[in-house]
Design a protein around this ligand. Structure first.
Ligand SMILES: C[S@@+](CC[C@H](N)C(=O)[O-])C[C@H]1O[C@@H](n2cnc3c(N)ncnc32)[C@H](O)[C@@H]1O
Length: 271
């Protein structure tokens, strides 16, 4: 199992966060919690949700705004932290946007145009579907997500904790399932007067090409009567981060908006 070390460290961090173990006595923790750790490493996938990506996604969402409220559907949201993107505060070289307890900023090497940050949006609905959705309204869910952020990454942990609080205030609708199978049904549930925006970050990269073809076919089919947009992270030309792309359906036309760091630390708008 290639990710065994990550699982083991995640399990140990989970115990530390639960005040059942200490980093000062790893040997003791391995002895004392042998049963828990062997079950955890066997059963618990590495599960993350990087809210810093919202800093790179935000200008993409703003560029899609057409005056109607958004009807959001996220593919692979994990705990849905990025489904709450409009509830955070953002800072860029060219402007600021939003309010909220969590401020996100980064290195905008090529910043998005200032006029984007004058746009106001509203969200009518936020849904997400994940094979393993994480319910951070529970102690276990919140601890699980934190356990896969390493303890010396203090800024990242702090961001995560604030995002968890935001979710807890008004949790999005998270469904358990495989979006490759469930997408047609989810897309047939449209809200009148809204703009359907399907999005994903760091999830479809795990699909094989035939599954991705199925996802695109579902988007195409669902947009026959009413258009929809798909905001997605793909491969950057130089493979140094994600490409932020918009696909517009039913025609499927695609354009690249930016390239950003895999975790959203830097952003090159327009590359
Ligand atoms: C690396 S995480 C990224 C989570 C989040 N999108 C982010 O940017 O932080 C990938 C997520 O996609 C989910 N996932 C992968 N394939 C899926 C599928 N076919 N159906 C539903 N969820 C899937 C995984 O369970 C996991 O929660």
């Amino acid at each position: 199992m290639w990710d065994f070390p990550l699982r083991l460290l995640g399990g140990l961090h989970y115990l530390v966060l639960a005040h059942q173990a200490s980093w000062d006595d790893i040997g003791g923790a391995l002895d004392q919690h042998q049963e828990f750790l062997s079950r955890w490493t066997e059963e618990q996938d590495v599960q993350t949700n990087e809210v810093q990506r919202a800093w790179a996604l935000l200008p993409g969402f703003l560029s899609l705004a057409d005056g109607r409220p958004f009807d959001l559907l996220e593919l692979g949201p994990s705990a849905g932290l990025n489904l709450m993107w409009d509830r955070y505060r953002y800072r860029y070289e060219t402007g600021e946007w939003g309010t909220g307890a969590l401020e996100l900023t980064g290195d905008d090497r090529t910043p998005p145009p200032a006029e984007l940050f004058a746009r106001r949006v509203s969200v009518a609905r936020r849904r997400g579907i994940d094979l393993n959705p994480v319910d951070v309204t529970t102690e276990h869910g919140a601890r699980l997500l934190q356990s896969f952020v390493w303890p010396d990454q203090t800024a990242r942990l702090e961001r995560l904790r604030r995002a968890i609080e935001t979710v807890r205030d008004d949790p999005p609708e998270l469904m358990r399932g495989d979006y490759v199978q469930s997408l047609p049904a989810l897309l047939s549930d449209r809200r009148e007067g809204t703009q359907l925006v399907v999005f994903q970050s760091a999830s479809t990269m795990y699909l094989d090409p035939s599954a991705m073809t199925k996802v695109r076919a579902a988007l195409h089919e669902a947009a026959r009567d009413e258009p929809l947009v798909y905001l997605t992270t793909g491969r950057a030309p130089e493979d140094d981060g994600f490409a932020l792309e918009v696909e517009r359906y039913p025609d499927g036309g695609s354009s690249r908006l930016a390239v950003f760091d895999f975790h959203g630390e830097w952003l090159d708008w327009g590359r």
